[in-house]
Structure formats: structure tokens, C-alpha cells
Design a protein around this ligand. Structure first.
Ligand SMILES: [Zn+2]
Length: 449
């Protein structure tokens, strides 16, 4: 079996792994590279011929795992794309949203990476599978999707070919987050491709701590008559924040104030969440059975168009604004940051991973000012992080998950992590003896085992 990493090697975006085994060429994820300088890289010629691929498997619907699929199809791929059913449904919305963002390219006279035609063509290639079901993706190549507990529909995949089992972790979720089930145990595997986003970090805070931090932030926002900004990833983190707010508001634990969901993408994903209760954890299932729609509670206001978003400015504080993007690199949160970040009375709640080169990362690293839309904005609002909301498992979780199969894999490849995180996790895996051999994946390098 041969593996080649064409992305997410030494970085956290652009997941693309070519698996060659049993005379087949399978692509695991086909993600967009994000962050500074990514546009050129996303437009670079393919390192492999798209027409030579027999099947594509996608782990979940984040753009850094699915975002380049329509380009793959545009450039000649016409085979099947396998995913879980929620991932299939979410992908279409994610691509359309990305294409909308990239409309600016068209206006600037640059050919967009992909358009509606490619999105629709790619969607037609998607086949939705159930968790636990064995799916033949190519002759002699079987795959089972298991719940990764990362976002709705997320999976790690067990791939069986040539008498070997390879596990691709995709992104591994944090335990005890709202709505989702915890990550299923890993299968006995000969080799594992393991993400390492938080390979050098341990999240602070517990489940109870998370709710308490959120509750206190809301109470202080009310007391100070402040603005609480929550930049959130549109898929999963936003829905989880709504779930927690639903409990706090309906339980009377926080003062009444307007809570704006200013994220068209997150809003358009709500119906998909509601239509997949089979993916919920026990607590979310109980709430649903009791008739509680946890995406609806007193004070929640959803902005359906840009005019509604602008109108938030006129609403008196205290108020809460939940908006994307989660790393504060674009989206509606930028306008709110430009307006409210400079006031020391306000609060900024950071709940997710902040990648290198993003404004979110600058703020977390203590920047005194950031550039937003060409203007210097002083960072005076009080910033707090709630790591226990993170979408990714921390170092302990990743090591524990690796151990969960009960059999030490012969080979572990670490991808999807900045170099320090991946190296640190590699050291951890070596120390705990959880693999025969550990490699930090390098871009373009072939690994044979
Ligand atoms: Zn992800």
C-alpha cells in the first residue's frame, strides 16, 4: 500500500491523501487550502491526474476536506464520491456558500475555482452511506464510516484492501460536546492516518466549565450593557452554541437580551441538523423527544439578509452576536469586530482553533491592534477562550483514541497539524508505544508499507 499526502502535511488545511493499493487509486478527502497565499496553491495543477482516480472518500463536510472536489470534477474526475448521508447533504450548501464568497473573483475578472455547474455535477457523484455500513468503493476496496464526533456527519474511515486495514481519522472530535456523540473507538488497524491539530495542546475546562463560562459571559454582558461577540464556525460550533444558549435562556440562568445569529451559512444548515436526529447524543435525543427545538428560544433573532445584519448596529446593548467566520478571517463577524472590538466594555468569546495568519490568531496571541477592511482597529474588548468547545480532540484525546482499538498499529502517519503540533504528537505516540513506526507526513512524499 502506498500513501502520498498532497495537503494537510505540516498545516491544517487542504486534506488530500492518495491511497494506492490493490491496483486502485483512491483519494481520501479533497480539501481547499485556506489562509494566506492559498488561492494560488488551490489553482496549481494537480499533482496527479484527476481522471486516474477510481473513487473519492470524504470524511466530513468542512471545506478543508471537501472544498476542492468541484475543481477535481471540473478537471475530469467523474467517479463516485463516498461520504455519510449528512456529509452529502451539507457539502452542497458548503460549496454554494464558498462559490458565493468567490463571486468576487468573477467580478475581478479571475476565473472562479468552480461554479454552480461543477457543484451540481459533483453533488450528483456523491453517495451517502450510514455509519457502520460496509461500502465497496472500488473492486477489492471496502470502507466503513465510523462516527468521529467532530461535526454532524463526520467520520473516520476504516479502509480494507489487500488484507490490510488502514484507518483515516479525518478530524477527531472533542469528547462531551453538545449534540454529537463521542468518537467511536478505533478499529484494529495496520496503519493509521491521524490528524494532529491539537497535538501539542491539552484543552482546559470541562463540560460543566464550558456552560459556566458561557453563562458568566452572558451575565456580565447584561451587567455591563455590553456587546458579546462569538465568532463561530458555521458548521457545528454555531449549532452547539445555540444548543447551550437554549438551555441557559430557557432555564432562566441568564438575563434576557437579544441574541443574533448573523450567519446565513449556519442558518441554512439548521434544517439538516434537525433532519438527522439519528446522529444526536442521548441528551439531545431526550430534549428532542420532549419537543424542545434547541435552535429556537426567546430572544434569538436570525438575520436573513444583509439589511437585517446592518440593523443589529441600531439595537441597544446588551446584545449577543454569533457570526462567522470562526477564525475571524472573513464573513459577517468582521464588520462587528470593526465596530465593537475597540470598546473595552465589550467581550469577545473565542471558541475554536485559530489558524496561523488569521485575525483570530493575532488576537489570541495578544495583538494590540488588527487590520480590518484596511483600517487599524485597537483590540480593547475583553477576550476569553473556551477551549472545551473546540471541534478537535486535544493531545490526550488523540493518544487515547489511538489506544482504543486494543492493538498497536504498525504505522502511524500524522497529518493535519502545524509542524510543532505534529512533531509533539509524534513524540507522544513514540513514548506511549502506540505505533510500530511514526511519521510526520510530508507534502508530496510517498510512503510505502
Ligand atoms: Zn474539520
Amino acid at each position: 500500500m502506498k500513501l502520498t499526502f498532497y495537503g494537510a502535511a505540516g498545516e491544517v488545511t487542504g486534506s488530500k491523501t492518495l491511497i494506492e493499493a490493490g491496483g486502485r487509486r483512491i483519494l481520501l478527502d479533497c480539501g481547499l487550502i485556506q489562509g494566506e497565499g492559498s488561492d494560488l496553491r488551490n489553482r496549481a495543477p494537480w499533482a496527479f491526474d484527476p481522471k486516474s482516480i477510481d473513487a473519492v472518500i470524504v470524511t466530513h463536510a468542512h471545506l478543508d476536506h471537501i472544498g476542492l472536489l468541484p475543481r477535481l470534477v471540473k478537471d475530469g474526475y467523474g467517479g463516485p464520491v463516498f461520504a455519510t448521508e449528512p456529509t452529502r447533504e451539507i457539502s452542497h450548501i458548503m460549496w454554494e456558500d464558498e462559490a458565493k464568497v468567490r463571486d468576487e473573483d468573477t467580478e475581478a475578472g479571475i476565473e472562479p475555482l468552480f461554479g454552480q455547474e461543477e457543484i451540481d455535477a459533483t453533488y450528483r457523484l456523491l453517495r451517502g452511506a450510514n455509519y457502520g455500513e460496509s461500502v465497496r468503493v472500488a473492486p477489492g476496496f471496502d470502507v466503513v464510516f465510523r462516527d468521529a464526533g467532530h461535526v454532524l456527519g463526520s467520520a473516520f474511515v476504516e479502509m480494507r484492501v489487500d488484507g490490510l486495514t488502514l484507518v483515516g481519522s479525518g478530524d477527531i472530535g472533542n469528547d462531551r460536546v453538545p449534540i454529537l456523540r463521542d468518537t467511536e473507538p478505533m478499529a484494529e488497524a495496520d496503519a493509521v492516518i491521524l490528524e494532529s491539530t491539537y497535538g501539542n495542546r491539552t484543552h482546559d475546562g470541562s463540560e460543566a466549565g464550558r456552560e459556566d463560562l458561557l453563562r458568566r459571559a452572558l451575565i456580565q454582558t447584561a451587567e455591563r450593557k455590553a456587546v458579546l461577540m462569538i465568532p463561530a464556525f458555521s458548521l457545528e460550533r454555531t449549532q452547539e452554541i445555540l444548543y447551550e444558549l437554549n438551555g441557559l435562556v430557557e432555564g432562566g440562568a441568564v438575563p434576557k437580551m437579544p441574541i443574533f445569529l448573523d450567519s446565513p451559512l449556519a442558518t441554512s444548515l439548521l434544517p439538516i441538523f434537525k433532519s438527522h436526529p439519528e446522529c444526536f447524543d442521548e441528551q439531545a435525543k431526550v430534549l428532542r423527544a420532549m419537543g424542545d427545538d434547541f435552535f429556537s428560544f426567546p430572544g434569538l433573532k436570525i438575520t436573513h439578509n444583509y439589511r437585517n445584519s446592518l440593523a443589529i448596529d441600531k439595537v441597544k446593548s446588551p446584545k449577543v452576536i454569533i457570526a462567522g467566520s470562526g477564525m475571524m478571517s472573513d464573513g459577517r463577524i468582521m464588520r462587528h469586530l470593526g465596530r465593537y472590538l475597540q470598546d473595552s466594555n465589550n467581550l469577545l468569546l473565542v471558541i475554536g482553533f485559530q489558524g496561523q495568519g488569521t485575525i483570530g490568531r493575532q488576537i489570541v496571541d495578544g495583538a494590540e491592534a488588527v487590520m480590518i477592511d484596511g483600517h487599524t482597529v485597537p483590540v480593547r474588548a475583553e477576550m476569553r477562550q473556551i477551549e472545551s468547545f473546540s471541534a478537535h480532540g486535544d493531545r490526550d484525546k488523540l493518544l487515547h483514541w489511538l489506544k482504543s482499538s486494543g492493538r498497536t498499529p504498525g504505522h502511524v502517519f500524522l497529518n493535519h497539524g502545524e509542524p510543532e503540533a505534529a512533531e509533539s504528537l509524534a513524540e507522544g505516540v513514540r513514548q506511549t508505544g502506540e505505533a510500530g513506526q511514526v511519521d510526520v507526513a510530508m507534502e508530496g512524499k510517498e510512503y510505502e508499507f
